[in-house]
Design a protein around this ligand. Structure first.
Ligand code: NAP
Length: 214
């Protein structure tokens, strides 16, 4: 059985894929184009084409037979905010329904810091994304799946530090995709992360300590 990284050809998803491969996990990348600009071919992983916007639940479920963990790291690009409700919300929910149809129990989601609080939806002038993430999170919590939601703020291509913070301190609103990936990968099997949702800012606390406080 494998971990499906939906959006595994994206900038964050690919970091998750690489870290899982380094841990010798069997990985399947799900993406829209069925191709990748990143070095997927150098990793021993399958690339599987999904269209979470156009495909229905049974089409999606038909491609999940060898999967036991799903990580949702797909997302509408900032140049297509109109896709947020179709992908980050409805696509994520169809993937939840498909997971349940085939008996998958574990589902992790990369959301966005600020999504949990309506008062912050307008901060970056992209409320569509936050609204989509808010309702996707809500559906996941009510889905019966064992969930983990990691909410990063602005993402950078900086290095993995293995450290972060669960709260905003004023100047820590950029975190590297590698650190987000680190926390997502740690959370897969860690009982402290089961059925938890949390913001993840950059910081100086080791991730293992953060897991104790979820
Ligand atoms: N960027 C930020 O600063 C930021 C901040 C907070 C949270 N987030 C969240 O973090 C996650 C990752 O962001 P990112 O910037 O790393 O993503 P990204 O590089 O834009 O990658 C998006 C991924 O989604 C896939 N995708 C697009 N449409 C799809 C569809 N219809 N069906 C299935 N897959 C589809 C893409 O596949 P293709 O390779 O085929 O295009 C790609 O793998 C997203 O959920 C995003 O909302 C981002």
């Amino acid at each position: 059985m494998a971990v499906l990284v939906m959006g595994g050809t994206g900038k964050t998803g690919f970091q998750i894929v690489e870290q899982l491969v380094n841990k010798k996990r069997k990985v399947i990348i799900g993406n829209h184009s069925g191709k990748s600009k990143l070095a997927v071919s150098q990793l021993n992983v399958n690339l599987r084409k999904f269209d979470l916007i156009k495909e229905d639940v049974s089409q999606i479920a038909s491609k999940l037979g060898d999967v036991d963990v799903i990580i949702f790291a797909a997302g509408a690009s900032q140049s297509h905010p109109e896709q947020a409700e179709w992908l980050d919300l409805d696509g994520a929910v169809k993937l939840m329904d498909a997971a349940k149809e085939v008996g998958i129990k574990r589902y992790l989601m990369v959301s966005a810091a600020g999504a949990a609080d309506r008062a912050t939806w307008n901060i970056y002038d992209i409320p569509e994304y936050y609204i989509a993430k808010y309702y996707a999170e809500k559906e996941l919590k009510n889905s019966g799946l064992t969930y983990t939601v990691v909410r990063p703020p602005i993402l950078s291509d900086g290095p993995k530090t293995g450290k972060a913070s669960l709260s905003k301190t004023g100047n820590n609103e950029i975190i590297s995709r590698a650190d987000v990936a680190n926390m997502v990968v740690l959370s897969i099997d860690d009982v402290r992360a089961l059925n938890r949702s949390f913001d993840l800012y950059s910081g100086i606390e080791p991730m293992d300590d953060l897991l104790n406080r979820l």
